[in-house]
Design a protein around this ligand. Sequence first.
Ligand code: UDP
Ligand code: MG
Length: 323
Amino acid sequence: MKLSLVIPCYNEEGNVQKFVEVISQTFKNKIFNYELIFINDGSQDDTLNKLKELCNNSDQNIKIINFSRNFGKEAGMYAGLKEAKGDYITIIDADLQQDPNYVLKMVKILDEHEEYDSVVAYQDRRKESGVLTFFKDTFYKIINRLSEVEFVMGASDFRTFRRSMVNSILDMKEYYRFSKGIFSWVGFNNYYMSYDVHNRLSGTTKWSFWKLFKYAIDGIVSFTTTPLRLATILGLIVSLLSLIYLIIVIIQKLFFSIEIEGYATIVTLILFLGGIQLLCIGIIGEYLGRTYVETKNRPLYIIREVIDNQKGKINDTKNKKNL
Ligand code: UDP
Ligand code: MG
């Protein structure tokens, strides 16, 4: 098998059919075999039935991994990468925002350049609101400053890997997955290819601002412990400032007999210190909570069933020219 396409799907009933059609159209004249691995991530709409229909009626290699509930795109990607048999493996969304023609370009780049282990699609111009772009830019600035691995702005999960890189990604079994970080962390040589995002074919995005915010925190906590050090530094600075203030108060009292109006100062200081303490406990809590969850060692996802329209069939080896 030359290429596996991993497609996480959550409530994509309006897209999967068209997706398979477009793939079949795009790959029509290509002489390599490929498989489509759909992960049905606990969709509440008709996605599963649509996928089963496609699986029964299509002559393409289609596999459906049906999760027992919604585990999130990260878990879906992991499951897909694990099931993939291809020498090259592409992660692509089901909503056709990412034109499959780019997949062909990615395959070509990997075919022609042995030195690259993955091709990463990134957006030069992002089609989103200015506010969101601002927050995303800020996130990348912060995480790149704090973390030892580099996060490339605009880089998406739309990527094609060689198998060796996928094996390394699969070795990272952490529960809190922040794939963009994991992909950078494993290293290897990545080729960055700029691409234009289309509009969603149907349905709506699953990312609300709040979800993105939580995901950003996950990213920071997963890839750097610097915030813990910041808590220590913050504590040191506040202690130092309070010491200086104490000295000033003593001098004022002893040498100048200045009566200090205490009430407002005390209230402000108590609130200020209380805030800082809560902030630091919160930072520690973020790490501690994740440590707790990781020690439970729960599976990343649970599969209810796997449907494979090629089961029992021997892969067509005639077309393996490009391998
Ligand atoms: N997705 C998923 N599980 C989730 C949320 C999303 O498998 O819990 C899939 C979704 O079906 C789509 C891809 O992840 O194929 C990207 O999601 P979406 O299009 O909502 O994200 P966006 O393109 O807006 O960043
Ligand atoms: Mg999308």
